[in-house]
Ligand binder design. Structure first.
Ligand SMILES: [Zn+2]
Length: 549
């Protein structure tokens, strides 16, 4: 009961449902490949700018409008892929005012361009579309729109579409490797409501029919699942956070009825920013501000408009994922989703298979938050505490080119992998420098796991290839086997990939001692007979003591 409860909580947390079948090789369709790979119809053009200009009508749950897609030609080609998932439909696509031929193949729409596409040219397409987008069955774990009402019966509407894709509700290049350099989002809503999207509110217009249009401009690259629309009778309050790059505008949009609760609970925002700027460097989107926006689902890391639905309580929906008590000291959604501004929005995976780059670092950010505010022992206890949620049933890295992330272990196991790596580095300032270096050197970039693994090897001065193969690509937990024989300690790694050679810290009769185990037995001599051996619990490994002999 407890276990299945935990599992269901964790499954919820994972932003998707972990099916047991995932342990076996799943089957993928041609549509998965079209969605998940850099197809020839995507590869030849580089996104520069989107203007998404839509009307959202809560009365009939419809969306209508257009997206103007600006792109730079990398290689000449006349066929271009835009994704838009049924039941949404494209009405027409124009280039320089001329209608183009469009062929639909499932979620992909292939546009035949008539004008010559010259290398280096920046061209634009207007994609007109409409429909009643998929309603999310279980937001944010299934994608789509959520149409609800507040306590006064006014519409309370939001989008969430990680994994299922932004193309559920707007036409785009729905692959993570390419981001526009900037974006304008114009959303027309009933006149008594406010729309909050990403970036800064550039302009608000009242139309002749009484509706209002909100124009939000994002001046930085943005990933497609980060784009969002939130519509309600919002009230707004704000503060300035004095951060590493100067004053950061923090804007909060909440339901009128929750204003007082929000003013209290959102005090976690400045202390979250403080902890993460310390560990990771400046908040990556000062130009676009920081926002926390109330939504009718748990929350999501939408870039510069983090969405919040944790019920104005600490923990994860009031629950401590670590079981240590430290998880109740903060609002999980504020801390976790804000952590994603560094790992997901600043450093973004190119392929969903590498989603650990988002979730492992961000889960790890939770214990760094705890450490910053409550001390190192507290942070250690928290990250060790979340080990109880690890399944070790399928690898953290998923399947490439089919939009398929790996095991939900990317959350607690990934965090513990990073915590273990910190022990190996054994120098907290150096480790902090590496975390900040990642955010500086991969600033506003999309990356592969190899880039991150190579960077960590380079900066730690150690070849970490077997370390990452073990924790990211294998489900076995390394077992440190050791036995004492008189004044000797014998030890080795088992249950590992070939060549696994992670050093590990033990305490021999209370004295710190580093071991360099391999898969072969080694010896440490000169021990006092019966000296007590304690393996540092910060290493995420299995201990296989064979006792004294
Ligand atoms: Zn997350």
């Amino acid at each position: 009961m407890k276990n299945s409860y935990l599992r269901s909580i964790l499954t919820s947390l994972l932003a998707f449902i972990v099916l047991p079948a995932l342990a076996q090789q799943p089957t993928f369709t041609r549509q998965d490949t079209i969605r998940g790979s850099i197809t020839p119809e995507r590869a030849w053009w580089d996104l520069t700018y989107y203007h998404l200009d839509i009307a959202v009508n809560p009365a009939d749950s419809s969306v209508r409008g257009k997206n103007t897609v600006h792109y730079r030609v990398l290689e000449p080609n006349q066929r271009l892929q835009i994704d838009l998932q049924p039941p949404m439909t494209m009405q027409k696509v124009l280039q320089n005012g001329k209608p183009l031929e469009v062929q639909q193949d499932g979620n992909a729409w292939y546009i035949t361009l008539t004008e010559k596409q010259e290398i280096g040219a920046v061209n634009a397409l207007e994609v007109h579309y409409s429909g009643k987008p998929q309603v999310s069955v279980r937001p944010p774990w299934t994608g789509g729109f959520t149409w609800t009402k507040d306590s006064k019966g006014l519409p309370f509407v939001a989008t969430s579409n990680q994994r299922d894709g932004a193309s559920l509700w707007w036409p785009c290049k729905d692959h993570m490797y390419d981001e526009p350099d900037s974006m304008l989002i114009s959303v027309r809503v009933p006149g008594n409501l406010t729309n909050v999207s990403n970036g800064r509110l550039r302009k608000q217009e009242t139309n002749s029919d009484g509706t209002k249009t909100f124009h939000w401009f994002i001046s930085n690259p943005i990933n497609n699942y980060g784009v969002n629309v939130n519509i309600a009778d919002y009230v707004h309050f704000s503060e300035k956070y004095q951060g590493e790059k100067g004053p950061l505008d923090c804007d909060y949009y909440v339901l009128r009825e929750n204003l007082n609760k929000a003013k209290k609970q959102f005090k976690d925002v400045p202390r979250t920013l403080q902890a993460f700027e310390h560990w990771f460097g400046p908040y990556p989107f000062y130009e676009d501000s920081y926002k926390l926006v109330e939504v009718p689902y748990l929350g999501m890391e939408h870039q510069s408009s983090v969405t919040y639905g944790n019920g104005y309580q600490n923990g994860y929906m009031g629950y401590d994922l670590s079981g240590t008590g430290w998880g109740m000291k903060f609002d999980y959604i504020i801390v976790h989703e804000t952590g994603h501004e560094w790992f997901a929005n600043n450093i973004t995976y190119k392929d969903a298979a590498d989603m650990w780059i988002h979730e492992s670092f961000t889960t790890y950010s939770e214990n760094l938050f705890v450490e910053y505010h409550y001390g190192k022992e507290a942070g250690n206890a928290y990250v060790i505490g979340i080990r109880r949620n690890i399944q070790n049933d399928s690898p953290i890295i998923g399947y490439y080119d089919v939009n398929q992330e790996g095991s939900g272990d990317m959350y607690p196991k990934g965090a513990n992998m990073l915590h273990t790596l910190r022990q190996i580095v054994n120098d907290d300032e150096k480790w902090r420098g590496i975390l900040r270096g990642l955010n500086k050197d991969f600033y506003h970039q999309t990356v592969t796991t190899q880039q991150i693994e190579d960077y960590l090897s380079l900066k730690t001065g150690r070849d970490l290839s077997t370390f990452f193969n073990q924790y990211l690509r294998d489900t076995r937990l390394p077992r440190l086997e050791y036995k004492q024989d008189g004044n000797k300690l014998q030890y080795r790694w088992t249950n590992t990939v070939d060549g696994f050679n992670m050093p590990v810290k033990v305490f021999v009769a209370g004295k710190e001692q580093w071991l360099q185990p391999t898969n072969n037995w080694q010896e440490l001599k000169g021990l006092k007979k019966g000296a007590k051996i304690v393996v540092d619990p910060n290493f995420y490994i299995e201990k296989g003591s064979q006792g004294a002999s």
